[in-house]
Design a protein around this ligand. Structure first.
Ligand code: AMP
Ligand code: ZN
Length: 120
């Protein structure tokens, strides 16, 4: 928990969000400014600022994020047409919220780029 982190506040129910999935380690909610018809942010309950900050002991947790992503993709009927998972790390990637999260993007054909941003 980091006091001034908006995703920690969402995870702790101090801030509203459209939560679509949660378990003991993971919380996922709709992105407030979606770049695709399905745009879900998948976060660990543990406050880890960036993927660069993960520790060896977080390896299983990162796996849990991906298992949750699969479950959410299925719930949103994306398993056949596909989707994209993005992690932004640091300023050159445009990371604006420093609590680790996967972006799950789908529901329309995505450009053949690995970049995030409005033109995904
Ligand atoms: P990133 O650039 O990877 O740090 O992405 C942060 C994402 O969080 C952006 O796509 C924002 O639209 C999204 N976001 C910021 N604040 C909120 C919020 N309160 N609820 C849901 N999504 C948010
Ligand atoms: Zn946090």
């Amino acid at each position: 928990m980091s006091a001034d982190c908006i995703f920690c506040k969402i995870i702790n129910r101090e801030l509203d969000a459209d939560i679509v999935y949660e378990d003991e380690d993971v919380v996922a909610f709709k992105d407030i400014n979606p770049a695709a018809p399905v745009h879900i942010l998948i976060t660990p309950r543990k406050h880890i600022p960036t993927i660069m900050d993960m520790e060896k002991s977080d390896e299983a947790l990162i796996g849990r994020l991906h298992s949750a992503a699969n479950e959410i993709a299925r719930a949103f009927k994306l398993e056949k047409k596909g989707y994209r998972i993005v992690i932004n790390c640091g300023s050159d990637a445009g990371q604006i919220v420093f609590h680790l999260h996967l972006h799950l993007l789908g529901g329309r054909p995505l450009l053949q780029t690995i970049a995030k941003g409005r033109g995904v």
